[in-house]
Design a protein around this ligand. Structure first.
Ligand code: 5GP
Length: 215
């Protein structure tokens, strides 16, 4: 069994991450699942425990940090977010690859600590003007739009400072095309030599069990 690949889609709000992720999960149903992370924030309407997040109280979250249950965790806007070790172990034993919805700091952590398993894709709208238009189209107050733009600015500056850790820069101009490009990344990444164990590579690239009569 090959190790799970961690596909991490990052990028500013309005880049299309959520929609692309939804398409990936449909296309690769059975071999790709979402990494459900944990948070101390309260569920929003429609969010389901164990599906949207593992919702924990702040005290439970802190206790689990102290127990060493998290691979990584971050505090954002006063709430704690983190990936539980158990979630990754379960994915590994099921042989599934994982797609993550975590922030760019989490993505860089995974890239640094699991370099062979992690693939980071940074999704961007084609222009800054388009980004602003998409954020406006989502609605919300001017204040909320300004906050999202400030967050986007922060993500872009982290991108500039860490470009060697970002594997793919995907321009989301046209959704079907972007989905096809990201699917192509998933397929290509699965073909990397390192995805096969040394034993499997030896078996695949050998004439040992051929009928040629040669050893
Ligand atoms: P929200 O509260 O809107 O669901 O998420 C806030 C931010 O936390 C988003 O950028 C989301 O991607 C990020 N996030 C969710 N889970 C994790 C996690 O386990 N680790 C990190 N680093 N970020 C996370």
């Amino acid at each position: 069994m090959s190790a799970s690949i961690f596909f991490i889609l990052v990028g500013p709000a309005g880049s299309g991450k959520t929609t692309v992720r939804k398409h990936l999960l449909e296309t690769f149903r059975g071999s790709l699942s979402v990494c459900v992370t944990a948070t101390s924030r309260a569920p929003r309407p429609g969010e389901v425990d164990g599906v949207s997040y593992h919702f924990l109280t702040r005290d439970d979250f802190v206790q689990r940090i102290q127990q060493g249950d998290f691979v990584e965790w971050q505090e954002t806007h006063g709430n704690l977010y983190g990936t539980l070790k158990k979630t990754l172990e379960d994915a590994r034993s099921s042989g599934q690859d994982l797609v993550f919805d975590i922030d760019i700091r989490g993505a860089l952590f995974f890239r640094a600590h699991f370099p062979e398993s992690t693939v980071v894709l940074f999704l961007v709208p084609p222009t800054a003007t388009e980004l602003v238009a998409r954020l406006r189209a989502r609605g919300g107050s001017e204040e909320e739009i300004r906050t999202r733009l400030k967050t986007a600015e922060g993500e872009y500056s982290i991108f500039h400072a860490n470009q060697s850790a970002i594997d793919y820069l995907v321009v989301n101009n046209d959704l079907p095309n972007t989905v096809a490009e990201v699917e192509a990344v998933v397929r290509a990444e699965r073909l990397r030599c390192c995805r096969h164990s040394p034993e499997r590579r030896a078996e695949l690239c050998s004439l040992k069990d051929s009928q040629s009569g040669e050893e």
